[in-house]
Structures are given as structure tokens and as C-alpha cells.
Write a protein that binds this ligand. Structure first.
Ligand code: NAD
Ligand code: 6OD
Length: 497
């Protein structure tokens, strides 16, 4: 394993470069210690990255055939597998997430993104229609896919490699080039991916990374750059709104994967063991920092006390601790700033009249970990549906549990939100599951499970959870422009349609 870098540089045109001269710290949330200095990209660096991406787009990347491009992306996946230990070390140092989680989810799914989209782009069908022209001649209409161009990829910190490659892999598969702006909190794995790109021979300029923040920094310089054709963003709803405004002037294409306030609906006939297996993960995994996580739990009255009791018991088994300590299963929050935000919701829940069934504060930690941004897993009951804690995304290991009586009421409560990302439904009655799934205004519904999604399927949200769908062919739609070629044929060339 390579030692994690103590300086993280921008990756532009195939080379690591110091940016504006300004540096910012990369902080380990387990200890609060600074683990690296990150070189912030200035406007000129972002411009250099976009120019490199444009040159590669019009140059060597466009000269590869589709199978050659797909082979190269499959090689990227294989190289991430080979360097798994390095990616793991970098991701864990940045996020503090438990090693077993990063090892089973973040890094393998990061590699899988390249593998899946390499396969997918090889097999994508093309539309083709025969027609008869008004003067009775045969005609043929067929669609060609062209890349959108230079794509800006703006990423959050919760699943850094996974969510970045989820955008980069299909963008490159479609022949685009990218400039990635990783979160300022988690710059390491995007930087490391530059080494992999060079090692497998991806032409320089195809994959670029610029570091920095949002406003008046790399994020804004990138999203307002006139030579960026499309922006794919994952992050907070408010940030998404600012980026949509920035994209409007040049009519850049946008894909927005934003926040969520996801419900779980638990019907009285559900198997409680199945419920708890899904629910505990969806509330506490990654310390609640998953956009798909459950923060609203609705339980049909006969199971209400049992679910609350088992959530309390599960919370009591959560052990905050060092990511490499296999007895620990709860990492810290990403930063002190995010810890303050989550704690402010813990205080608000009390002010709004919640009953705190467990947690609600900061756990006592040993001296070596005392500088980390730790938080207690927390379960509330007793709030009305209108409470801010029930309506606003918190992004911590917490949920509010509320009883319901009828299916109608459950659907109404679940849909009573400005978000629309994901939901889980727990029942043994498949008719009920399908009925409810069809009525939930969200992008993903899980039945008796959580966060099981084939990468080939649609992903995205409605309302304040986003615009557009990615995943499978939906990603290929976003990352390519279709040209319809209409050909008037000589009679007899093809049968008239
Ligand atoms: P964030 O919006 O604060 O930051 C995301 C990225 O945007 C960062 O790289 C940041 O530097 C950049 N940024 C901020 N302001 C910008 C601006 N004005 N212009 C350009 N770039 C800017 O989000 P976060 O705190 O990193 O992530 C947590 C949020 O992300 C939560 O709301 C969560 O629900 C959401 N999220 C959504 C999904 C999804 O798929 N729907 C997935 C993961 C996270
Ligand atoms: O299914 C995925 O890989 C995906 N896009 C997950 C998103 C998680 C959000 O935090």
C-alpha cells in the first residue's frame, strides 16, 4: 500500500499541478487532525483544466473507437481493484467511515461503475425507422450519439469515489471529457484516480480534477466556465439551485441529484427481522450520511412499540470508533461544521417537543479520538408531521418514528414532503407493496430492503430531490446528444416503412 499523500494537487492535462498558491487543510474527522494540504485551483487553473478537456475531446479521445474506449474504462475498473488498498486508505482517511463499509461498498462500487458503463455503452441500441416520404419514396431515420462535450462533475463528501465515478464513468463512456470538482472535505480519491487514468493510458486531458470550494472558488469557476457544456451535480438542494442559475446563462445541460427526507413505511404484517435489517442500515449506515437514508419512519400502530424498541436496541449496539477497529461500526460525521448542524437539529427536536428515545448528543470518546466529529445515533417520537425535524433533511444517524392506521394515511404522510428521492415499504402483502410503490412520489422505492440497486436502473429524485435520471441508459441519455439522420433513399434500396 502507498502512504496517503501529504499534499493533494490538481490533476490537469495528465499531470499533477499546484494551483493558485492557496492551500486548504484536509481534515481527518476521526481525530480532527490535518492529514494533507490541498492545493486550491484558481480561475486560471480551472480554465487550464477545461482547455485540456476540450483539446482531448476534439483530439485523442475522439479518435478512439467505441470498443477501444470501453476497453480502457474496463481497464480503469481493474486498476482500481488492483489498488484497492490505496483507495481504501485514502477514502477512510478523508471520511472516517468504517473500513468494512468502504471495503464492501465505496471502493468496489466505484470500480463497478466503470465496468458497468463500459459494458453498457458497447451494447446500447440505436433508434432506426424506415418511412415513406410525402412523394412516396423510401426514407430512413436513424439516431447517432455524440458526446455532450466537456462535462463538469461536482461531487459531495458522503460517498466520494462511488458518487464521483457514478458520473465520470458514463460521461467518459459516451465520449465526453470531464473536469471533476470533488468536495473540499474529501479530495483524496479523485486525486488518486488521476494516477490510475495515466497508468491505463487514458489520454491526458480526458480526466481532470480541480480542488476548492463552491462560491468564488473552483466550483463556481467551473460551473460558470463558458466552455463547459454540461454540469452533473450531486449535493444539497440549495447548492443545486445556485448551480442551475449559474448554468442558465450558457444553457448548459444539468443533471441534479439533490437532498432527501426519505420515508420508510412499515405495515403491521411485515416481518420484523426483515424490517430491522433494512431500517437499521438505512438510518445509521455511514452515520446517516446517505442521501437515500431514512429519516422518517411510519409504522402501522400494532408494530409501533416493537419498532421503536428495536431501533433503540439497535442504536445501543452502535459503537463509534476508529475505522480500523472491527468492534466499531459507527464513524464520525464528516466535519465539525456538519456536527454542529446535526446537533442543532437534535436541539430543535427537543424544542419542538420530541421524545428522545435514545441519543441526542455527543458520545464520550477516548482521548485519541476526542478531536473527532462524533455523534450519537438518535431516535425521536411524538412530533407532528409539520415539525421541521420531520420536514428538513438532517443527514445524520437519526430518525423520527410516527404511527399510522391505514394505507391511505401512510401514503399521504410519506408524500407530505418537498423532497422525492427514495422510500422503503415493508410488508408481506405484495399487492399492498405494489399499490403503495405506485403512489409514492419518489425516484426509488425499495420493498422489504434498502439500497439494493442495480447500476443499470434509473436513479434520481423529484421535487427538491433533483432533476433528471441517471443510471443505465438514462446516464447515456444525459451524457450524449442524439442527432437524428434523415435519409431519402433511392426506391428499392430498402422496403418502404
Ligand atoms: P454541498 O451541496 O454542500 O456540496 C456539494 C459540492 O458542491 C461540493 O463539491 C461543493 O464544494 C460544491 N459547491 C458548493 N457550492 C457551490 C457553488 N455555488 N457552485 C459550484 N459548486 C459548489 O453538498 P455536500 O454537503 O457535499 O453533500 C451532502 C448533500 O448532498 C446532502 O444534501 C445529500 O442529500 C446530498 N446528496 C445527494 C445525493 C443524491 O444522489 N441525490 C447523493 C449524495 C448526497
Ligand atoms: O446506487 C448508487 O450507487 C447511488 N447513486 C447511491 C447514492 C447514494 C447517495 O448518497
Amino acid at each position: 500500500m502507498t502512504e496517503p499523500a501529504s499534499q493533494l494537487l490538481n490533476f490537469i492535462d495528465g499531470a499533477y499541478r499546484v494551483g493558485s498558491g492557496k492551500w486548504f487543510p484536509d481534515v481527518n474527522p476521526v481525530t480532527g487532525a490535518t492529514i494533507a494540504q490541498v492545493s486550491e485551483a484558481g480561475r486560471a487553473d480551472v480554465d487550464a483544466a477545461v482547455r485540456a478537456a476540450r483539446a482531448a475531446l476534439d483530439g485523442p479521445w475522439s479518435r478512439l473507437t467505441l470498443p477501444q474506449r470501453a476497453d480502457m474504462l474496463a481497464a480503469v475498473a481493474a486498476a482500481i481493484d488492483v489498488r484497492k488498498a490505496d483507495f481504501l486508505a485514502a477514502e477512510i482517511a478523508d471520511t472516517g467511515k468504517p473500513e468494512h463499509l468502504a471495503s464492501h461498498l465505496d471502493i468496489p462500487r466505484g470500480a463497478a461503475n466503470f465496468r458497468v458503463f463500459a459494458d453498457m455503452v458497447r451494447n446500447v441500441p440505436t433508434e432506426c425507422f424506415t418511412m415513406t416520404t410525402p412523394d412516396g419514396k423510401p426514407g430512413l431515420n436513424y439516431a447517432l450519439r455524440r458526446p455532450k462535450g466537456v462535462v463538469a462533475v461536482i461531487c459531495p463528501w458522503n460517498l466520494p469515489l462511488l458518487l464521483m465515478t457514478w458520473k465520470v464513468a458514463p460521461a467518459l463512456a459516451c465520449g465526453n471529457t470531464v473536469v471533476v470538482k470533488p468536495s473540499e472535505e474529501t479530495p483524496a480519491t479523485a486525486t488518486l484516480l488521476g494516477e490510475v487514468m495515466n497508468a491505463v493510458g487514458v489520454p491526458r486531458g480526458v480526466y481532470n480534477v480541480v480542488h476548492g470550494f463552491g462560491p468564488d472558488s473552483a466550483g463556481e469557476f467551473l460551473t460558470t466556465h463558458p466552455d463547459v457544456n454540461a454540469i452533473t451535480f450531486t449535493g444539497e438542494t440549495r447548492t443545486g439551485a445556485a448551480i442551475i442559475k449559474a448554468a442558465a446563462d450558457d444553457i448548459k445541460a444539468v443533471s441534479m441529484e439533490l437532498g432527501g427526507k426519505n420515508p420508510a413505511l412499515i405495515f403491521a404484517d411485515a416481518n420484523l427481522d426483515v424490517v430491522m435489517a433494512g431500517l437499521v442500515r438505512s438510518v445509521f449506515e455511514n452515520t446517516g450520511q446517505v442521501c437515500l437514508g431514512t429519516e422518517r419512519v411510519y409504522v402501522q400502530r400494532p408494530l409501533f412499540d416493537a419498532v421503536v424498541g428495536r431501533l433503540q436496541a439497535a442504536a445501543a449496539t452502535m459503537r463509534p470508533g476508529d475505522p480500523y477497529d472491527h468492534a466499531a461500526n459507527l464513524g464520525p460525521l464528516i466535519s465539525k461544521e456538519h456536527q454542529q448542524k446535526v446537533l442543532s437539529y437534535y436541539a430543535l427536536a427537543r424544542d419542538e417537543g420530541a421524545q428522545t428515545m435514545c441519543g441526542g448528543g455527543i458520545p464520550a470518546m477516548p482521548a485519541a479520538l476526542a478531536g473527532g466529529s462524533w455523534i450519537e445515533p438518535t431516535v425521536w417520537t411524538g412530533l407532528p408531521q409539520t415539525a421541521r425535524v420531520v420536514q428538513e433533511e438532517i443527514f445524520g444517524p437519526c430518525c423520527h418514528v410516527m404511527p399510522f392506521d391505514t394505507e391511505e394515511e401512510a401514503v399521504r404522510l410519506a408524500n407530505d414532503t418537498r423532497y422525492g428521492l427514495a422510500a422503503s415499504v415493508y410488508t408481506r402483502d405484495l399487492s399492498c407493496a405494489h399499490r403503495v410503490a405506485a403512489r409514492l412520489k419518489v425516484g426509488v422505492v425499495w420493498v422489504n430492503s434498502w439500497f439494493l440497486r442495480d447500476l443499470r436502473t434509473a436513479f434520481g429524485g423529484s421535487g427538491r430531490s433533483g432533476i433528471g435520471r441517471e443510471g443505465g441508459v438514462h446516464s447515456l441519455e444525459f451524457y450524449s446528444e442524439l442527432s437524428n439522420v434523415c435519409v431519402k433513399l433511392d426506391p428499392g434500396t430498402v422496403p418502404a416503412g
